[in-house]
Design a protein around this ligand. Structure first.
Ligand SMILES: NC(=O)c1ccc[n+]([C@@H]2O[C@H](COP(=O)([O-])OP(=O)(O)OC[C@H]3O[C@@H](n4cnc5c(N)ncnc54)[C@H](OP(=O)(O)O)[C@@H]3O)[C@@H](O)[C@H]2O)c1
Length: 323
């Protein structure tokens, strides 16, 4: 008989970094995992490295049609979902030319935000079948222009969402035609915070909707999250990692960040409604997960609603044009 404490968890970004480490903990604890992987090879590798009950689903999150298909398969199967963990992400740091999905959506926004909103919209009925559902979204402190990392370079700001209003082909959310990969990432993480706010508003605080920031996470091997950086060379990345991780000790390990994500997913008594928690650096080498204020823009409920509405409109147009 299934352990009543065992949760059925859907996780994006579970094939590497924070998500993979969280998956290790959760599957070892006996939770049933469904990990969305970008292709079969990644799925096979991920499953082979994890203990316990792990299923993989194939979807490149840049492809909204593929995301919709995976969601339909899950909804048709009908099983309740206890946790929806929207964790996948990428950053084209240093890039000044946008890259677009097959449907003309800038990739940072397409993967980090749009695919995740689509999953939240489509999978909500499965969450509502659970006795103890929750949504966990991996955002980042860079969404906040007054945070340490949020101050470096151009700050996050979505303006009046002019880019999104204009439809496919926009480079930046605020309508600017010149692309800045770092800012696009910060904007996407601000979108993640606003998505959590709007989801909670729609649900009227009936379940926990947790946005969180893992801190600066650097791996020891493949450059981890920073592997997409356009301007970085291996030497520069190695130096950055050595200084941040080993000299200044301001980074978090993927293992610890993964444990925190697993904790947010399996916490037996999470508070209902929206919350934002960050893995705060207290002093070199010491972090603590604590409730944190979002930026003022991240608390703008009107913008949250408008972001959701425009994104839904865009996706409905794109998904209709796909059929
Ligand atoms: N690292 C940091 O310092 C940091 C700080 C704050 C917030 N975050 C956030 O933490 C989350 C996890 O990042 P991480 O550090 O663990 O980075 P990571 O090791 O690069 O993991 C990113 C995950 O997202 C998946 N992914 C990316 N694009 C995808 C696509 N098109 N389709 C399907 N899956 C895709 C990757 O799949 P593949 O394995 O196939 O590439 C991988 O599983 C992200 O949301 C990131 O924004 C990270």
């Amino acid at each position: 008989m299934a352990d009543p404490a065992s949760k059925r968890v859907l996780l994006t970004g579970g094939s590497s970094g924070v998500g993979f480490e969280a998956a290790k903990v959760l599957s070892a604890q006996g939770h049933e995992l469904m990990i969305v992987c970008r292709n079969q090879a990644t799925a096979d590798q991920t499953r082979s490295l994890l203990p316990g009950c792990v299923h993989t689903l194939i979807s490149d999150l840049a492809d909204l049609g593929a995301v919709a298909t995976v969601c339909s398969q899950l909804v048709d199967a009908g099983a309740a979902l206890d946790a929806l963990v929207l964790n996948a992400g990428l950053q084209y740091a240093g890039a000044s030319d946008p890259q677009f999905s097959a449907h003309g959506i800038e990739l940072t926004f397409a993967v980090n935000q749009l695919a995740h909103q689509l999953m939240a919209m489509r999978l909500l009925p499965l969450l509502q079948k659970s006795n103890s559902p929750r949504v966990v979204i991996t955002a980042s402190e860079v969404h906040n222009p007054s945070s340490g990392a949020g101050k470096v370079g151009k700050p996050a700001d979505l303006g009046d969402l002019q880019g999104l209003r204009a439809g496919p082909g926009f480079a930046m959310m605020n309508g600017s035609p010149s692309f800045d990969g770092n800012k696009a990432y910060k904007d996407s993480k601000l979108c993640n915070v606003l998505m959590a706010r709007e989801l909670d508003r729609q649900l009227d605080a009936v379940m926990p909707v947790i946005a969180w920031s893992p801190g600066l996470v650097i791996t020891r091997n493949n450059g981890g999250f920073f592997r997409y950086n356009k301007r970085s060379n291996p030497l520069g990345m190695g130096t950055f990692a050595f200084v941040a991780r080993d000299l200044l000790r301001i980074t978090e390990s993927p293992e610890n960040a993964g444990r925190l994500l697993a904790q947010l997913v399996s916490d037996p008594e999470p508070s209902l409604g929206f919350s934002y928690v960050t893995n705060k650096l207290l002093r070199p080498g010491v972090h603590r997960l604590e409730p944190t204020d979002t930026s003022a823009e991240g608390a703008d409920l009107q913008k949250a609603t408008e972001l959701w509405r425009l994104s839904e409109l865009l996706m409905s147009e794109l998904l209709i044009s796909l059929t």
